[in-house]
Design a protein. Structure first.
Ligand SMILES: NC(=O)c1ccc[n+]([C@@H]2O[C@H](COP(=O)([O-])OP(=O)(O)OC[C@H]3O[C@@H](n4cnc5c(N)ncnc54)[C@H](O)[C@@H]3O)[C@@H](O)[C@H]2O)c1
Length: 690
């Protein structure tokens, strides 16, 4: 705390983000009391040092015994100060940080500040009055989406909504001091946030409005505890005195905190950060500079990949084999941007700017200036090898040469160049401009700074990069294969596509495997299987009948627009296939569907860990969350397996191996070991990290 004349300035200084650990709470509390009791102090400014005001609670303290003062105590202390209190914020005042500011009479913010309550993303609700004070400041209509989405709002909007009182251009603390003196000079009324009711009067008189707001805001919250608890907490602002409501809010927070959903979501939060730690790639490994990118292939993936770069202002040279293919690819890109303009998420002038960042060409030589080249041509080894051979002669020295292959051996591709160190896999997911996952495939010769570059560029283009090793399908698709095989078997044994998809959507996936197949196109897998000499009896029979999925209006389902309907023809085709394959059909329960689809994935995940293809179980979880829609609140397949119990999973896999004679179901050595020890993947990860 320091003084500027009659104003006390309390600066929170706990790098990197001023998290509210116990010592910080105590520091704020002690200083606020000192300033409160000092008769020569007439106003108090609360601010943060470093790159941001308090960005939240210290979540490593979650689950440990609470230490006083709690954040609620600190806010209560602020509430009772009879001199003007002003929070002066910058950066990202989030969660507990924003709740803290709502204990002050006023809030001022630097331009560029983003304010929010992101607790919902960890399966929690604000637990220090946020659900009660935010609606009092900005009204329920604005507060509900902020709390349910967890997304921060920019300072301008915060000012318009009434969350802050002023935006400070220039030095924040000087601006806050001037604001404090203005408040003193004008003898402004000091209303505590908890006592405000002007934004609630209307809805209190007309509570039916509340349900309408809920209906507008709770679309994607099926099966989730936190949004339901948040809505209930916000509802208390209609009729429950704030002190009582705060106690109930706290109880709800504590209940969520010990619940499985929040544990799973916090696991993902940490796993995502852990995934950045890669052996041999330290802070001192500088990434190469990327000013210009090249993408080869303007098909399904190439177009989306190129858009990612352009979206962050990196120019891209995009290569195709013919003018026609190039035109088609560029038209798809433009159509995508036009859709964003129609939706209002992109300004028309930005569409023009973005399109200008593309250099389309049919000449591979145009890639000579690219700092990174990502290949996204047909999934065919000879084609890729020939291409990398040519690229080797064209690309400038030090350029990163990446392949977007889904299954092929990155090391073999690298061998077709004279610069194996510069070659890496960058495996995007479809649609590549939307899906957040990026598997970075580390070849046996990939240089550390190339890996660092791939990860850095991945983050620059707003992806979640996870480093994996070389094997067929890497982590995600290798586990997906395990699931697909079982899906097909379940159909032969008695289930229908809608049964399997239904069980998985109920589990929390946005889509089941057959609906996903229809979306991607059944011809894709069919062609690739033909090349490899394998057959999926049902999927391939469908493809042979011209049922390619959504694009032909028929696949596993019948399509009217995008709506999928079960098709009696498909049922007949499946039953016939069972007869042909000599499989007696029987009833298959939902529970069996989940076990059969996900246990083999867990088993494959364990093998992937044994082989070192993934560094940590958490990496696998992050991959499944961001690449395949595994429900966040279940924490990914490996975390979920821990909650089911590894012994149960191992025993069931053993049974399956015996029943079916399928060796793939034999439990992996790691799974066996952990099951015998009563261990977990989390325990395995902790032991490995130590
Ligand atoms: N589709 C997916 O869901 C998906 C997901 C992840 C990775 N991948 C991988 O991405 C790659 C591309 O897949 P896709 O689905 O975009 O295929 P696609 O068939 O839609 O596109 C491939 C494009 O590459 C072009 N092409 C072929 N040879 C070329 C060459 N020598 N030079 C320049 N262009 C060439 C083709 O004209 C075509 O437009 C494959 O390796 C695939 O395994 C695909």
């Amino acid at each position: 705390m320091r003084r500027d004349g009659n104003v006390a300035i309390i600066t929170i200084d706990n790098p990197p983000v001023n998290a509210l650990k116990h010592a910080v709470r105590k520091g704020i509390q002690d200083n606020v009391i000192a300033a409160r009791d000092d008769a020569s102090v007439e106003a108090i400014v609360l601010t943060g040092a470093g790159r941001t005001f308090v960005a939240g609670a210290d979540i490593t303290e979650f689950g440990k015994p609470p230490q006083s003062p709690s954040l609620i105590d600190v806010i209560a202390t602020l509430d009772d100060v009879k001199k003007p209190t002003i929070a002066a914020v910058h950066g990202t005042p989030l969660g507990g940080g924003l709740e803290l500011t709502m204990g002050c009479h006023f809030r001022v913010a630097a331009a560029g500040t983003r304010l929010g309550l992101p607790e919902i993303k960890l399966g929690l609700i604000p637990g220090a009055g946020g659900t009660q004070r935010l609606p009092r400041l900005i009204g329920i209509e604005k507060a509900m989406p902020m709390i349910l989405s967890g997304e921060p709002i920019p300072a301008k909007q915060a000012l318009a909504d009434g969350l802050i009182d002023e935006i400070i251009e220039g030095d924040l603390v000087s601006g806050a001091l001037a604001f404090a003196r203005k408040v003193l000079a004008e003898k402004r009324a000091l209303t505590r946030v908890k006592d405000r009711d002007d934004k609630l009067k209307d809805i209190r008189a007309n509570p039916a409005k509340f349900d309408a707001i809920v209906a507008d805001n709770s679309k994607k919250t099926r099966g989730l505890h936190a949004p339901a608890a948040a809505i209930e907490a916000i509802k208390m602002t209609l009729d429950t005195p704030i002190d009582e409501a705060q106690k109930k809010e706290r109880d709800a927070f504590m209940k969520l905190l010990v619940g499985d959903q929040s544990k799973a979501q916090r696991h993902i939060f940490f796993a995502e950060r852990e995934a950045n730690k890669v052996p041999g790639v330290g802070k001192d490994t500088a990434p190469r500079e990327i000013k210009r990118a090249g993408v080869i292939g303007a098909g399904t993936m190439g177009g989306g990949i190129a858009m990612n770069f352009v979206n962050v202002g990196i120019p891209v040279t995009i290569i195709e084999t013919s003018d026609e293919a190039l035109k088609k690819g560029m038209a798809t890109i433009e159509k995508n941007y036009q859709m964003s303009v129609q939706r209002g998420s992109l300004k028309p002038e930005d569409l023009t700017k973005r399109m200008a960042l593309f250099t389309p060409s049919t000449d591979l030589g145009a890639l000579k200036d690219a700092d990174i080249v990502i290949e996204a041509v047909f999934e065919n080894m000879p084609v890729k090898k020939e291409l990398f051979g040519k690229l080797d002669k064209i690309a400038k020295p030090g350029a990163v040469l990446a392949t977007n292959t889904s299954y092929l051996d990155v090391d073999e591709i690298a061998q077709s160049t004279t610069r194996v160190k510069d070659v890496v896999g960058m495996h995007f997911f479809s649609p590549a401009n939307v899906m957040k996952l990026l598997e970075i495939v580390r070849g046996k010769d990939t240089a550390p700074d190339v890996l660092q570059t791939a990860m850095t560029v991945g983050r620059t283009i707003k992806k979640v990069p996870v480093v994996v090793g070389v094997c067929f399908g890497f982590v995600g698709n290798r586990m997906l294969s395990a699931r697909s095989i079982e899906g097909e078997k379940l159909l032969l044994e008695g289930a229908l596509p809608q049964d399997v998809d239904g069980a998985l959507t109920e589990f929390g996936f946005p889509m089941g495997p057959f609906a996903m197949g229809d979306l991607a196109g059944l011809d894709v897998g069919w062609r690739s299987r033909k090349e490899r000499g394998v057959r999926n009896e049902i999927a391939d029979t469908l493809a042979e009948a011209g049922r390619y999925g959504q694009k032909t209006g028929k696949g596993f389902y019948l399509y009217e627009g995008r709506a999928a309907k079960p098709d009696p023809e498909v049922e007949k085709l499946i039953v016939d296939a069972s007869v042909r394959m000599g499989v007696k059909r029987r009833a298959v329960s939902k529970e069996e569907i989940i076990e059969r689809l996900i246990y083999p994935m867990v088993n494959e995940g364990a093998r992937i860990l044994e082989e070192g293809i993934a560094l940590r179980p958490g990496d696998i979880d992050v991959i499944w969350l961001y690449g395949y829609g595994f429900p966040a609140w279940r924490g990914g397949p490996m975390h979920w397996a821990d909650t089911v119990g590894l012994k149960k999973i191992r025993d069931r896999l053993r049974e399956l191996a015996k029943e079916t004679g399928d060796k793939r179901h034999e439990p992996a050595a790691l799974l066996n070991k952990l099951a015998d020890e009563g261990g977990t993947f989390a325990g395995f990860a902790a032991a490995k990290a130590a």
